[in-house]
Design a protein around this ligand. Structure first.
Ligand code: AMP
Length: 619
């Protein structure tokens, strides 16, 4: 599979696949039958899943957002996927996020998580939409009009998390969206690329989630046999345990430490973790709680010890999924590794031991999900029924019964699309309303399951207890999304209520956001350009100002005066200018004036490198 940005006919709408990751996101499309990842301006296929919200309301995504990490970390949102579709309480339960979270009550009193940026709050859906919009723009620049889009989600995402992801895609202005489970996408790309058939396990450990699925790959049919996972178990958790360890070693009190220090240490922990995938031990300079500096060494062995409890959690998930599907280890033909966290040597050896075989490493874990999504998008848009993809429901769905129990209507691992129905009756004479509580989960009591929707079927004609016939039907579409229909059927005039469970953001709110986003789109493009020039301009002013001092001897006085004047104009423009065009002109001016100065600087560096001496020292 090729790495480069595709070049192709830009006329027809092109189906694309998006891996919307916790840490990084990737967009791909199929060109000449092969999936190709689309690189961005910075030549990287991975778009960091981070969003920067400027105080004036504009936003930047990816590397551009990352430039603000050092100076404005409190306006940066990262790992938002972990909060998508969660209630405020669920979001607040996540440890050591380094993000400020607030709860805002919506009309139906569902409290959904918002990120608090001080002057505004942002929902995880809105932040995810920014990332999706940036990826769609990347795709548009490479292949023209974007058609059907497949967005991947962790297989273990429940209905609320799926609905939220789909809303984010709508908010991003994607015209036609389908959801696909990440391990299924990976297996699709793997199966189609290698033309292998058999029973394959996908062990997918990304930044925020762990997913495990087993699929049967055969010519033209990809059938998911079982799926299981944990949507709050990812590489981020490794960062957190390491960060907690570092906090202790540096003398911080975990309960009292401020969000800024946590954010910084989480970043340090992540880069130590990455380095430890290559080196047996690494050192880093850090600040103790009392502000004194210290150099700490962390060994791979120490990190492995911290990761072990998390690995054992993945083992329990794998065991349960295999047991559910009555699959034995010897039945498997291979194990495919997906997700950045599977780069860690301890994960590879753990998987090798668990499955009693070396995992297959012939796919790039960073790209395979987007490639699979692109293949599925292409198949859906262009090839119809060439390939049959049979996915399953990750968690059981049902309703609350009298006494707070949970009655399953659809069991986990049921192939989708699917539907089921049940019949209820009234408990009291002349009861004219019936409250239905839709839930998802594996526990016996309703209070331990995920609440998806509550609604009242009203207008039941008065009759004796037990006489009414309330039909409740659950319907899961090919995206794994649920619609619930309820009707009273004894009387000729049945009342039908159709509910799409929501996670707290109502359809009207999403529609309003959508309208606002559309109205702002043109402004957004200009605003984005302006923001880019501002970032670029600020760094140019700094670097040229520094060079004017350090390499002053390379300039004539006339040149120096001209450059100083241009720097000043740009500096003033950065403060006051609201149009991108003028900033662009100021930038061009400074670039032109410093071109020959830069050449002289480069020549001097080369000379110094060749002679190994500082020329000024010799004079
Ligand atoms: P993904 O969601 O698949 O992009 O995976 C992201 C997760 O993989 C993050 O937690 C990263 O810190 C982690 N990761 C990426 N590369 C490495 C590496 N070389 N060693 C350890 N973890 C990594």
């Amino acid at each position: 599979m090729k790495d480069s940005t595709p070049t192709s006919s830009k006329n027809a709408a092109r189906a694309i696949g998006i891996d919307l990751g916790t840490t990084n996101s990737v967009v791909a499309c199929v060109i000449d039958g092969r999936p190709q990842v689309i690189s961005g301006d910075e030549e990287s296929a991975l778009l960091p899943s981070i969003v920067y919200y400027a105080p004036d309301g504009r936003s930047l995504v990816g590397e551009q957002a990352g430039r603000f990490a050092e100076h404005n970390p409190e306006r940066i949102l990262s790992s938002v996927k972990r909060f998508v579709g969660l209630s405020a309480d669920e979001a607040a339960a996540q440890p050591l996020t380094g993000l400020a979270l607030t709860a805002v009550a919506t009309d139906d009193q569902a409290r959904i998580a918002h990120f608090d940026l001080g002057d505004r709050s942002v929902t995880p859906v809105e932040a995810s939409a920014e990332i999706l919009r940036a990826l769609a723009e990347r795709a548009r620049a490479a292949v023209g009009t974007v058609g059907l889009t497949v967005v991947t989600v962790p297989a273990y995402f429940d209905d609320a998390q799926r609905q939220a992801t789909r809303d984010a895609a709508r908010l991003a202005g994607l015209p036609q969206v389908r959801l696909l489970n990440e391990p299924t996408a990976a297996a699709l790309a793997y199966g189609l690329a290698t033309r292998k058939s058999g029973l394959y396990a996908v062990y997918d450990w990304g930044g925020g989630t762990f997913d495990f699925s087993v699929l049967r790959l055969a010519a033209g049919v990809f059938q998911v046999k079982c799926t299981s996972g944990d949507t709050a178990l990812g590489g981020d958790d490794i960062d957190r345990v390491l960060c907690a360890e570092l906090l202790g070693a540096l003398g911080f009190d975990e309960a009292k430490v401020d969000a800024r220090s946590v954010r910084k240490l989480l970043q340090t922990a992540r880069s130590l973790k990455h380095d430890l995938s290559r080196e047996p031990a690494v050192r880093a300079q850090m600040l103790r709680a009392d502000d004194t500096e210290v150099t700490l060494e962390v060994t791979r062995e120490e990190l492995d010890q911290l990761v072990l409890p998390l690995l054992l959690r993945t083992k329990r998930i794998v065991r349960r999924a295999l047991r559910d599907a009555s699959i034995e280890l010897k039945d498997l033909d291979g194990v495919i590794l997906v997700g950045g966290a599977t780069r860690m040597p301890c994960v590879i050896s753990f998987v090798t031991e668990l499955f009693q075989r070396a995992p297959l490493c012939d796919v790039d874990p960073d790209r395979v999900v987007a490639e699979g999504a692109a293949l599925q998008a292409d198949l859906l848009q262009n090839r119809g029924k060439d390939l049959l993809l049979l996915d399953v429901l990750p968690l059981s769905l049902g309703i609350e019964t009298m006494g707070g129990g949970f009655e399953r209507l659809l069991a986990r691992n049921t192939p989708v699309p699917t539907s089921a129905h049940t019949v209820f009756t009234t408990a009291a004479d002349n009861q004219t309303g019936y409250e239905l509580h839709v839930l998802q989960g594996e526990r016996e009591m309703a209070k331990n399951c995920r609440s998806l929707a509550k609604f009242v079927l009203s207008g039941i004609p008065p009759m004796k207890a037990g006489k009414a016939r309330l039909h409740v039907a659950f319907c899961i579409d090919e995206n794994g999304l649920l619609t619930v229909t309820a009707k009273e059927a004894t009387t000729g005039t049945a009342q039908v209520v159709e509910v799409v469970p929501s996670y707290g953001l109502e359809k009207a709110q999403i529609d309003k956001m959508l309208l606002e986003a559309r109205a702002l789109r043109d402004n957004d493009i200009e605003a984005r350009k302006l923001a880019e020039f501002q970032v670029h301009g600020a760094s140019l002013v700094n670097s040229v100002s520094e060079a004017l001092i350090s390499d002053a001897d390379l300039l004539t006085e006339a040149e120096r005066v001209e450059i100083v004047g241009s720097v000043e104009r740009l500096r003033r423009g950065l403060k006051s200018e609201k149009r991108s065009l003028l900033l662009e002109l100021l930038l061009e001016d400074l670039h032109a004036l410093t071109a020959s100065f830069n050449e002289r600087k480069v020549n001097r560096s080369i000379m110094q490198a060749v002679t190994g001496k500082d020329l000024r020292e010799r004079v």
